[in-house]
Write a protein that binds this ligand. Structure first.
Ligand code: S3P
Length: 426
């Protein structure tokens, strides 16, 4: 599907973006492993999270889907049953990596696969620690693991593991395996990454403690179902935060957004660029901080983003690159090699597509350098079937001169199904 984006200005809108993708995945997975019924409000009905639902249904979990809520009939820590079909995670790296931690400890064998993008993403990063714990993961190549692969469940033992790359997905896979293991598991992070797994597992009764840069996880006896309210996804709010900053004369209020500090790098980056952003009505829901975010049109200037900020805004870099095109001076994004192994090679796809708008953007080893330009010009861009590229390029298009066409635009359904409806309506 092609989507036409027309230029916008003078936007005054209040928007509630869909539920947080990371938290939605975890609510299904941990709900499935809990005793009792987990009621989920605000669940993201995006394709990735629906893949997680589908996989857990194949593992014997009854999941009821209603308009406003999801009910997960948890079977406790040892209630999953052997799947009779291959588990297909679609485009979802979070589903594949987290479920692998769980399946490594089950008394049965599972086969896992996903789409052509997922089959290119590195799974060694989970295979190495899970094999250290005693898990058996078998793919086509003994040295490097890629989907499709098979997991033969085993009784695992706890390990202490220093993550070579900062990754919440890898951390979570190890912690989930650790819940089932024989003794304590410790994960050491090079930099803090999103901690939704730790927060939700603690909330459901697991013994998980953060001590400095170490996360200590004790084997669990049982997890207990609790109601989960999913905050609006800051990664989806980010598109409208940038839109408000760069579209002349605009003000956007984003409601009930998750502002967990491991995720708020986008707010800090935009503020460092001169963005006018206010946080209002803060509260806490099931251990997660939420707030309304008010963003006003701002005269942006360039900045440097790198180091420990990167994991706090890794998914927002495509749209930060768009903001940088509208900023005065130079923006440098460094230490962001992880972008190369996302749904697409995002260093390449961001640069290729933004150049079509007339952006001044150069690739580096670990990121990119962007010089602000007078204006972007509407054009035809490819999504590369990467939702965050389609979403970011739509924001570039909305603030460019003339019309923009996004080719293969439907991939936004992965994380933000009603995105074009909102963009058209404001
Ligand atoms: C996620 C972690 C991040 C992020 C992804 C979601 C999660 O990936 O990019 O979109 O839910 O744990 P990495 O853990 O690979 O950095």
């Amino acid at each position: 599907m092609n989507q036409i984006i027309t230029p916008k200005k003078n936007i005054h809108a209040t928007i509630t973006v869909p539920g947080d993708k990371s938290i939605s995945h975890r609510s299904i997975m941990f709900g499935a492993l809990s005793k009792g019924i987990t009621e989920i409000e605000g669940f993201l009905m995006g394709e990735d999270c629906l893949s997680t639902i589908n996989c857990f249904q194949k593992l014997g979990i009854n999941i009821e889907q209603y308009q406003n809520k999801i009910l997960v009939h948890g079977k406790g820590l040892h209630g999953l049953t052997a799947p009779t079909e291959i588990l297909d995670v679609g485009n979802s790296g979070t589903t594949l990596r987290l479920i692998s931690g769980i399946l490594s400890a089950q008394p049965f064998c599972s086969q896992l696969t996903g789409d052509s993008s997922i089959q290119k993403r590195p799974m060694n990063r989970i295979a190495v620690p899970l094999r250290n714990m005693g898990a058996v993961l078998k793919g086509n190549d003994d040295n490097k693991l890629f989907a499709p692969f098979t997991i033969e469940g085993r009784q695992l033992k706890g390990i202490t593991y220093a993550l070579p790359v900062a990754s919440a997905q890898v951390k979570s896979a190890i912690l989930l395996a650790g819940i089932f293991a024989e003794c304590e598991t410790v994960v050491i992070e090079p930099q803090p990454t999103r901690d939704h797994t730790e927060i939700m597992l603690q909330y459901m009764g697991a013994d998980i403690q953060k001590i400095g840069n170490e996360i200590h996880c004790k084997p669990a006896e049982q997890l207990y179902a609790k109601k989960i309210v999913v905050p609006a996804d800051i990664s989806s709010a980010a598109y409208f935060m940038v839109m408000a900053c760069i579209c002349e004369n605009s003000e956007i209020l984003l409601k009930n957004v998750g502002i967990n500090q491991t995720r708020t790098g986008i707010i800090d980056a935009l503020k460092a660029m001169g963005g006018n952003i206010a946080i209002e009505n803060e509260s806490i829901i099931n251990g997660e901080k939420i707030a309304n975010i008010r963003v006003k049109y701002s005269a942006l200037h360039g900045t440097t983003i790198g180091g420990a900020d990167i994991p706090r805004l890794i998914d927002e870099i495509p749209v930060i690159a768009v903001a940088a095109c509208f900023a005065k001076g130079t923006t440098i994004i460094k230490d962001a090699q992880e972008l190369k192994v996302k749904e697409s090679n995002r260093i390449q796809t961001i640069i290729t597509e933004l150049k079509k708008f007339g952006a001044d953007i150069t690739e580096t080893e670990d990121g990119m350098i962007i010089n602000g330009v007078e204006h972007l010009k509407g054009c035809t861009v490819e999504s590369h079937n990467d939702h965050r590229i389609a979403l970011a390029m739509s924001i570039a298009g909305a603030c460019a001169l003339g019309e923009t066409t996004i080719v293969d635009a439907e991939c936004v359904n992965i994380s933000f199904p009603n995105f074009y409806d909102i963009v058209t309506a404001i």
